[in-house]
Design a protein around this ligand. Sequence first.
Ligand code: HEM
Length: 164
Amino acid sequence: MIEYTFWEGIGLLVRWAHALVAALWVGGGLLYIVAVKPGLNDESFLRNKNVYRNVHANVGKAFSGSLGVFLLTGAILTAQRLAHPDVSAQYILVLLGKILLSGVVFGLVWNRGELFTGWKLTAMSSLLPRQFRSKGGLAVVIGSMVYLISSVLHRIVELTFRAS
Ligand code: HEM
């Protein structure tokens, strides 16, 4: 029988919230790009530009609204891991790479503030399938890599942390 102390319970909720927004960004983003967006390009929808604009705006709101959850829960998880006595240089390095790539993802799609808007798409995006050649598409592709890196982090923890 698993038992949680109060703080372990809070830690579990933080991890859950982080995993939920990761699912929204990567899974939701993927679904939007491969299924919803092409569907909205249908003639009947194109005649009514409001439909496209509304869906696009709502998706944007959901994404930027969850950015705060990402940063807060990510910072708590980071502090929790770095405070562990068995944390290794390898873990810190992979985590740093993950945070940098996350910064690129947020910078590509976050359009509320002024700081990161207007990033130019790099030559890299021309290597991607057509649907993904947009800021959102590139963000989903890089976001899925960040997801993979998170699993690598988890594996490092399993192998190197004595009590986690
Ligand atoms: C696109 C952005 C991101 C994605 C897709 C993502 C995804 C994930 C996923 C799927 C997990 C595993 C959750 C679980 O154990 O169930 C995770 C864990 C974690 N994330 Fe993120 N994350 C992102 C951004 C961030 C940011 C910005 C930070 C730090 C500020 C961060 C720090 C962490 C940490 C420390 C863990 C725990 C890893 C471990 O040791 O097991 N993440 N992330």
